[in-house]
Structure formats: C-alpha cells, structure tokens
Design a protein around this ligand. Structure first.
Ligand code: G1P
Length: 306
C-alpha cells in the first residue's frame, strides 16, 4: 500500500501516572503505584522501556501529588552510584543507571484528577500537533510481543488514531472500553472501528474486543476532549473522545483503527493480577527462574495435597 499523504512521525509518548492507586493501600499511601516492583523493577520502568523500544524517545509523564519518586527514578542517583562504583559493583551500578538513559523524560501535573481523557488533554502543549502514543502503566506488554511498533506502523499507513484490542471473556468486558469493529483489509490483525463504549454491561457490549492500554492518537483528539462531557464514573473518558473521532472523516483528524493483540499482557492494576504478573515474569527470568520454578512446583504440589 502506498502512502499518498506523508504523515507526521510519531516520536512522543504520554504516560498518565496521576492515579491514587487506592487498590494497593496502604502500600501506595506514600509511594506512587507506578513504583511498585514487578520482580525487581518498578512497573513504570517496563512501560518506559517499551516506549523507547518502539522508537519514542520523548516521554511525558502526567503526574500528580506524591509522585516525586517517579522523577527521581529516571534521574541520576549520584551518591548511590558513587558508592557502588567505589565498591566495584559493576552489575548493580548498571542496574541503577539503566533507567536514566532510556528516554528524554518530561513531567506535567494533572491538577484535578478528572479522568484519563483529562490526563491526555494536559499533554496538549507538549505534544504540539503531532500524532502521539499513550501508554497506561497498569498494562505491561511483554517485550517479546511488540505491539506499539505495529500500532505506529498502522497509524503511519492509515492515518487517524489507533487503539489496541484484545479478545476477552464476555464476562470481563465491563472492566474495559469495548469496540464495535469491521474488517478493513489492511491485515488480519487490523480493524476499522465503528463505535466504542466505556465499560459496558455484558448485555450492551457490541463485541468482546476490549481496548487495552496502548493508543496512538491523532492530535485532533484534544479539541474533541475539550468538548467531551464527563462520562462513566463522572470522569472525562478517553473512550468517549475516541467514539467521536470514529465518526469524523480522516480530513478532520478522525477515523479509528484497532490492532488486535494476541501476545502476553500482564495486568498490574489489580492485586491478584499483579501477583500473577510477578510469578510469571520471575519464572521466566534467567537468573531467578530456575530456583523459583522448582520452589513453585513444590509449593503447588504441597497445596494440592492439603
Ligand atoms: C482504562 C480505559 C479503558 C481501557 C483500560 C485498559 O480503564 O478507560 O477504556 O479498557 O484502561 O486497561 P481503567 O482500567 O484505567 O479503569
């Protein structure tokens, strides 16, 4: 397929990180939920690594109160580095420095927490008229199953905005944005989206395609968000703005496509899923995995006997 209208490149990522993380209290009383460790790295570092791996070297975090630790994590830690280098602990020094050079980090505060749509709106000035990615920190995508680079490719070919879709059990659809889709001939994993609903009841869901936390958005989303009334939960919903974009023409910055993701996704936003994510990722680690897996086998078989 040839592109007649060269598109502006996608170089920036927006990472909303202003949520209060109340599901993890008291752990999140004084620590941002994005800093909770998944094995030995804070959840947010996986997300920044994913954006960087997709070529997005400019990352804007939309933060709120109590989020100083996020800025510190992606900055130098001179005293610690000095100590480790004096000890000659090269491995730990490398791990401490890893998060610093991933991307150019920027921060803006959301102010009133008025929902995901509002968090994205706060990025308007930084994004400055280019299509951009949004990555939600509760969804970790396994780096072996790249999703974001495919979404960027689809955006560059087709224009408009792109969301990530995953098939879920219909009993789970009320936890997600849900998309009505049509085939569009671009590839078996790409759909044209005709409608979107935020967290519908099972009976009202137009499909079992759930929107997961990766988006590539046309900057036209900002004007739409400004006019989007609070929706589900009294919050300004990104899904509602995308629903409007789906009805607009390409020339107006509209049209929404979905990329179907069938790879490994870890949900760290829910306590039980967070624990599962840690077990899965620890089991697969070269350094920790072998011992951890054999402990896990013994643990499970002893549980089965009870
Ligand atoms: C948000 C979005 C929802 C999407 C989900 C993906 O909801 O509003 O449309 O399906 O992320 O994780 P949240 O999980 O933040 O309530």
């Amino acid at each position: 397929m040839t592109t007649t209208n060269p598109r502006l490149p996608v170089t920036k990522a927006v990472v909303p990180a202003a949520g209060l993380g109340t599901r993890f209290l008291p752990a999140t009383k004084a620590t941002p939920k994005e800093m909770l460790p998944v094995v030995d790295k804070p959840a947010i570092q996986y997300v920044v690594e994913e954006a960087a791996a997709a070529g997005l070297s400019d990352i804007l975090m939309v933060t709120g109160r109590n989020k100083r630790a996020l800025e510190d994590h992606f900055d130098r830690a001179y005293e610690l580095e000095e100590l480790l280098s004096r000890k000659g602990d090269v491995d730990k020094l490398r791990r401490v420095r890893e998060s610093v050079s991933l991307a150019n980090m920027h921060y803006v505060r959301q102010g009133d927490p008025k929902g995901l749509g509002h968090a994205v709106l706060v990025a308007e000035q930084h994004v400055a008229g280019q299509p951009f990615a949004v990555l939600l920190g509760d969804d970790l995508i396994d780096p072996r199953d790249p999703l974001l680079s495919r979404m960027i490719e689809v955006q560059q070919e087709l224009g408009g905005s792109v969301v990530a879709l995953m098939e879920v059990d219909p009993a789970q659809i009320h936890l997600y944005g849900c998309a009505a889709v049509e085939a569009n001939g671009f590839g078996p994993d790409v759909f044209h989206i005709t409608d979107l609903v935020e967290k519908p009841e099972r009976a009202d869901a137009p499909s079992n395609y759930a929107v997961i936390g990766r988006y590539v958005l046309d900057p036209a989303v900002f004007e739409v968000l400004k006019k989007t009334e609070p929706g589900r939960g009294g919050e300004i919903q990104l899904t509602d703005a995308l629903r409007t974009l789906a009805t607009l023409s390409l020339a107006e910055g509209g049209q929404v496509h979905g990329v179907l993701f069938e790879g490994r996704r870890y949900d760290t936003g829910d306590r039980a899923d967070y624990l599962r994510s840690i077990v899965r990722l620890a089991s697969e680690r070269e350094d920790l995995g072998p011992d951890f897996r054999s402990w896990l086998r013994e643990f499970v078989s002893s549980e089965m006997q009870d």
